[in-house]
Design a protein around this ligand. Structure first.
Ligand code: SF4
Length: 73
């Protein structure tokens, strides 16, 4: 499955760990932000590592499952 969306929920403390792990996707200002226009599929392992390493567990992502593609309306 490929990561299709990454977001950060409330509670980031700005520790910078996610940016250290994957600066292509995560950007630290006062808190962490997600860089737009990135092909998240290219950084799946690092995104997952950042999410698993985040001390606040606020990094979330959703994966595209080819068996259950999103319904287009
Ligand atoms: S690792 Fe988590 S708490 Fe630290 S800057 Fe990134 S999102 Fe915020």
């Amino acid at each position: 499955m490929a990561i299709e969306r990454v977001w950060i929920e409330d509670g980031c403390t700005g520790c910078g760990l996610c940016e250290d792990i994957c600066p292509e996707v995560f950007r630290l200002e006062d808190t962490a932000y997600i860089n737009e226009g990135v092909n998240y599929g290219d950084y799946e392992e690092k995104i997952k590592e950042a999410a698993a390493s985040c001390p606040r567990e606020v990094i979330k992502y959703s994966e595209w499952n080819p068996l259950f593609p999103p319904v287009k309306k």
